[in-house]
Design a protein around this ligand. Structure first.
Ligand code: SF4
Length: 63
């Protein structure tokens, strides 16, 4: 599973990072980035939950 980040869409609300802090964080400029190099099976549920709460659909789950 992969997470596609549409960075231009990110508005830095941080909901993804609040929901799944082990997967997403905000960089120094306030934009989302992944904390982990790979979404392993044990991280999939959290990664999906974090993507789902993004109000601007900047995070897309790809399988
Ligand atoms: S919830 Fe969406 S808009 Fe907010 S930081 Fe995460 S990716 Fe960016």
């Amino acid at each position: 599973m992969k997470i596609d980040i549409k960075l231009p869409a990110c508005e830095g609300h941080g909901l993804c990072a609040q929901t799944a802090p082990g997967i997403y964080e905000l960089d120094d400029e306030g934009y989302v980035r992944l904390v982990v190099d790979e979404i392993t099976p044990d991280l999939e549920a959290a990664a999906e939950a974090g993507a789902r709460v993004c109000p601007v659909a900047a995070l897309a789950v790809r399988r």
